[in-house]
Design a protein around this ligand. Structure first.
Ligand code: ADP
Length: 192
């Protein structure tokens, strides 16, 4: 089960990834979490990433490829994973393909969570209050949504051309969205 989750900031991608790992028992690989951990620890990567993330821009592709390759080479991914936040542009999609080709373990499914822009802005404003993520400030959110539309949206077409993409509506409750994703993965035996 090697699954890539796509979705705009605020689409609920991280939330669904967390619910899916409970159901599937595979690790959640979130580049956002990896980068924020590095920032908290003040590592070299964290220091480099901080200002970029807080401006709502993308961390350079070569840095991200290194992070992903290292993470995907660990033993816990043998049974698969939920990849959340990568790839975020076409160059990253190609890098991921190369890394996975070397491992002879291609992506099985790509799921895009669709939510309209108005709702994502509302959700991110709420998260800004609750979690205090600097990049959830209104101006930075606008920037992230622009980066998403320009750079990340084409990634969906990349996977659609390869017959790997399924889109799911991200409105409704967390459980409703989870059910939609599980049913498109043909999983009906749900862990409670
Ligand atoms: P969201 O999906 O809500 O934008 P994430 O936690 O996935 O939140 O990402 C937060 C920030 O981390 C991004 O805006 C970006 O600056 C950085 N980031 C995460 N993943 C990547 C990536 N694959 N490439 C470049 N930058 C990334």
């Amino acid at each position: 089960m090697r699954i890539v989750l796509l979705g705009a900031p605020g689409s609920g991608k991280g939330t669904q990834a967390a619910l899916l790992v409970e159901q599937l028992g595979v690790p959640h690989i979130s580049t956002g979490v990896l980068l924020r951990d590095a920032m908290k620890k003040g590592t070299e990567l964290g220091l480099k990433a901080k200002s970029i993330i807080n401006r709502g821009e993308l961390v350079p592709d070569d840095i991200m490829a290194g992070i992903i390759e290292e993470r995907l080479s660990r033993e816990d991914v043998a049974g698969g994973y939920i990849l959340d936040g990568y790839p975020r542009n076409l160059s990253q999609a190609r890098s991921l393909d190369k890394i996975l080709e070397r491992m002879v373990k291609p992506v099985d499914d790509v799921i895009q969570i669709d939510v309209d822009a108005e709702q994502t802005i509302k959700r991110l404003a709420k998260r800004a209050k609750e979690e205090g993520r600097v990049d959830d400030a209104e101006k930075t959110v606008q920037k992230r949504l622009r980066v998403y539309a320009e750079e990340t949206a084409p990634v969906a077409d990349y996977y659609a051309e390869r017959g790997l993409l399924t889109r799911v509506l991200g409105d409704g409750s967390k459980q409703e969205v989870l059910q939609r994703i599980l049913s498109l993965l043909n999983i009906y035996d749900i862990r409670t």
